[in-house]
Design a protein around this ligand. Sequence first.
Ligand SMILES: Nc1ncnc2c1ncn2[C@@H]1O[C@H](COP(=O)(O)OP(=O)(O)O)[C@@H](O)[C@H]1O
Ligand SMILES: [Mg+2]
Length: 161
Amino acid sequence: VSRATEYVSAGPEETRALGERLGAALERGDVVLLEGELGGGATTFVQGVARGLGFVGSVSSKSFVLLGEYRGRVTLYHADLYRLENPDQVTDLALEEVCAGGALVVEWPEHGRDALPPEDLLIRFDAMGETHRRLRITAGSERGTALAAAVAAGHAPQPQR
Ligand SMILES: Nc1ncnc2c1ncn2[C@@H]1O[C@H](COP(=O)(O)OP(=O)(O)O)[C@@H](O)[C@H]1O
Ligand SMILES: [Mg+2]
């Protein structure tokens, strides 16, 4: 529906800061999918999301954790489907029910596409050398448009290529 908003992050802390803006705006029921190559910065972004939600502590980057739970102003559910071996495992996670109790952020959504709730936001991460990452944010719903605007607030988006 909407066009992608593009950001270029110059380092991990800048990526966390973008995540923090999103985290500050997230509510129960919101669904955010993060896709891109390994090392693209998705987990780093989730660390910022947790911080923006008021969670104090560390976000696991261990890919064998299928579903992390971080309690802040709103509970953040962080699903990482990288190590998923069998699509049934996504079904078992019952993510549709999970997101009713908090905000859901999913890494490697392509490993469980059919068992995921529809997304409000899709964020694509691409590496640009060692220190830079491009983030492309696309809204998938009206709610997603509002969330994308919250991320954009105070941050000048890079021009569209
Ligand atoms: N601008 C940046 N944003 C995020 N991570 C970056 C950036 N520049 C370098 N990095 C490094 O890239 C890696 C990203 O890892 P991670 O967040 O686990 O990615 P993913 O979850 O997408 O596999 C980290 O080692 C981080 O330090
Ligand atoms: Mg990751």
